[in-house]
Design a protein around this ligand. Structure first.
Ligand SMILES: *[C@@H]1O[C@H](CO)[C@@H](O)[C@H](O)[C@H]1NC(C)=O
Length: 352
């Protein structure tokens, strides 16, 4: 009897200890998840502000919230220097639009640009993409993109560097986008963008596309349902043949995919270089709450690994715009796309 009891007690104590240890380790996991809630979403790091924190503090912020992808609009030396040694952060670097004319005219100029702006960082910054121009196609500089994409591609290939060369375009390339299956490029987009897409296809390098459901929503908030625009709807809102859309982001993404297909470009990967929602600047359409809902749903979309109705088998990859509210951008909503206040780095709303 006695032996049995003590054996039982030991057993119970052991169980208790194990349970406690288990609970403790669970708590530790939960806590560490709270500190670094790793997300696959990247962040745009815009610099159009005169009150922005120093880059090393910003990189610390990225680390603390688990950001592993960052896009900068030009090869800013302070930012690239701050990124040294942070190999886990993949960096997308832009070629400035105003450099395109000179670069498209000469391969030597491209080699010079690379030697100055990228070469010094190759050993300790994880540069994954170089983007040639930001939303210049379709437009007056549009035809300067492809020659620079080609020269840079030749350069990184000849050096065997793991950097993808591409460009960033907007939905302005679409002449038609509704319903998604009617997605078609404008004639200028077809002329300027299609050759770029065909070139990217040869190397399976993604095209980067900026997709903002906020803008079409803001032009017609009466007819477009807010839940559809901020990806809050569970039900199908737009039925397009066999494909059902519950949110506008997917519809815009797929309209672009359809437009590419009509140009004979199938299966080219697409990465969302920018998306976001302003938290102020346009009355009741732009509150921290709505911005948090849209951006939160985008993070969930990306982290779920789910695709869009037209591309259900490939997850959506993308970057939120932007890290900070930028006070040197045009007044209005443009200054309020940030997730963080520049002055104290406090979140504008809870997201990560
Ligand atoms: C560089 O960044 C990319 C994209 O975030 C990531 O997949 C890769 O693992 C990073 N490389 C290193 C060495 O951490």
């Amino acid at each position: 009897m006695e032996n049995l009891i003590s054996a039982n007690t030991t057993f119970t104590m052991d169980c208790l200890r194990k349970t406690l240890l288990f609970l403790l380790s669970c708590t530790a996991i939960l806590l560490s998840n709270n500190i670094v809630s790793a997300t696959k979403v990247g962040l745009n790091y815009g610099l159009l502000g005169d009150n922005l924190p120093p880059p090393p503090q910003v990189i610390n912020l990225y680390k603390s919230i688990g950001i592993t992808k960052v896009r900068i609009f030009d090869p800013n030396t302070d930012v690239l220097n701050a990124l040294r040694g942070h190999h886990d952060i993949g960096v997308t670097v832009g070629v400035k639009d105003q450099d395109l004319a000179a670069l498209s005219a000469s391969e030597e100029a491209v080699n010079g640009w690379f030697a100055t702006n990228i070469e010094p960082y190759l050993t300790d910054v994880n540069i994954t993409f170089i983007t040639v121009g930001n939303e210049v196609i379709p437009g007056p500089l549009g035809s300067q993109v492809l020659p620079v994409v080609k020269s840079l591609t030749n350069l990184v290939k000849s050096r065997n560097l793991p950097i993808s060369i591409t460009t960033v375009v907007s939905m302005a390339n679409l002449g038609q986008s509704y319903p998604p299956s009617s997605g078609t490029f404008t004639s200028l987009a077809s002329e300027q963008l299609t050759p770029v897409l065909k070139f990217l296809s040869e190397g399976s390098v993604p095209i980067l596309v900026n997709i903002y459901p906020y803008f079409p929503y803001a032009t017609d908030p009466v007819n477009i349902h807010l839940d559809y625009a901020v990806s809050k709807s569970e039900a199908v809102v737009v039925q397009d043949g066999p494909l059902g859309y519950s949110n506008m982001f997917d519809a815009m993404f797929d309209a672009f995919v359809w437009a590419m297909e009509k140009e004979g470009v199938k299966d080219l990967p697409m990465v969302v270089s920018e998306t976001g929602w302003p938290s102020a600047g346009n009355g009741e359409l732009t509150t921290p709450n709505i911005a948090a809902t849209y951006n939160g749903n985008f993070v969930k979309h990306v982290d779920s690994g789910k695709g869009t109705p037209k591309r259900p088998n490939s997850g959506v990859e993308g970057f939120l715009f932007a890290t900070f509210n930028e006070n040197l951008k045009p007044a209005g909503t443009e200054q309020h796309f940030g997730l963080y206040e520049p002055t104290d780095m406090k979140p504008v709303y809870k997201l990560f």
